[in-house]
Write a protein that binds this ligand. Structure first.
Ligand code: FMN
Length: 206
């Protein structure tokens, strides 16, 4: 009796697997496809031409998710490509530990490595660049990103989220980091109602 039950179970599993997309194998491949799709949602590369006709990249770094939300909103409005700057060595999840790492990076003027392949920045006219304010300016990994390619001739549109600090100090710092590059006045994007007018002002929505 036991043997018959085991044989029946084996036959049932074999039958479901054989049925393909609607069966067991199908379920496995469906979950993989869903995972791939959600991974693609994070980075959208290869569209480049935005709604205003320019080649636009929305590039951002986010530790806690605030800046990511704004970046996705901006990408939705503007079009073009979306890229997340991810550190090769992830920052600790816990605030206190992350602060320790960030303090060292800043005091030693480090350039933390970025994970994976960078987008070809030379292919874009405009880079909309988002980051959280860390100790009054942009995180050091954002400097790694902007120093990775010669950005002369490009327009950089910075935006930031913060606890309360303004974006101005980071814009000044980016201007010093990128002499000869057009770094426009940035947006402190803590209030979402300010996003659309800022994009309109910079002719990103035409
Ligand atoms: C290491 C560190 C330093 C920070 N420094 C500042 C600061 O100088 N001024 C400020 O207003 N907020 C500061 N914040 C708060 C973040 O800028 C703010 O929470 C931001 O929205 C986080 O964005 P994210 O969720 O995309 O990482 C700091 C946060 C961290 C983790």
């Amino acid at each position: 009796m036991k043997k018959i039950i085991i044989l029946l179970v084996i036959a049932l599993v074999a039958f479901i697997a054989y049925k393909g997309p609607s069966g067991f194998v199908g379920l496995l491949s469906m979950s993989r496809t869903a995972q791939e799709a959600s991974e693609k949602q994070k980075d959208v590369l290869g569209q480049a031409v935005a709604k205003n006709g320019q080649k636009v990249l929305v590039a951002y770094f986010s530790w806690g998710g605030n800046t990511r939300k704004v970046a996705c909103k901006i990408h939705e409005l503007v079009g073009g490509d979306l890229y997340e700057i991810k550190p090769q060595v992830p920052y600790p999840d816990k605030y206190k530990q992350a602060v320790e790492v960030v303090k060292i990076e800043k005091s030693q003027n480090l350039r933390p490595a970025i994970a994976g392949k960078l987008p070809e920045l030379k292919n874009y006219d405009v880079i909309i660049l988002g980051y959280p304010i860390w100790w009054h300016i942009e995180p050091m990994i954002v400097k790694t990103f902007v120093e990775s390619t010669d950005l002369k001739g490009k327009i950089i549109l910075p935006f930031a989220t913060s606890g309360s600090s303004d974006v101005k100090e980071s814009v000044e710092d980016l201007r010093k980091t990128l002499p000869g590059v057009e770094v426009r006045d940035g947006l402190l994007a803590n209030i979402s109602a300010k996003i659309k007018p800022w994009l309109e002002e910079n002719k990103m929505l035409k």
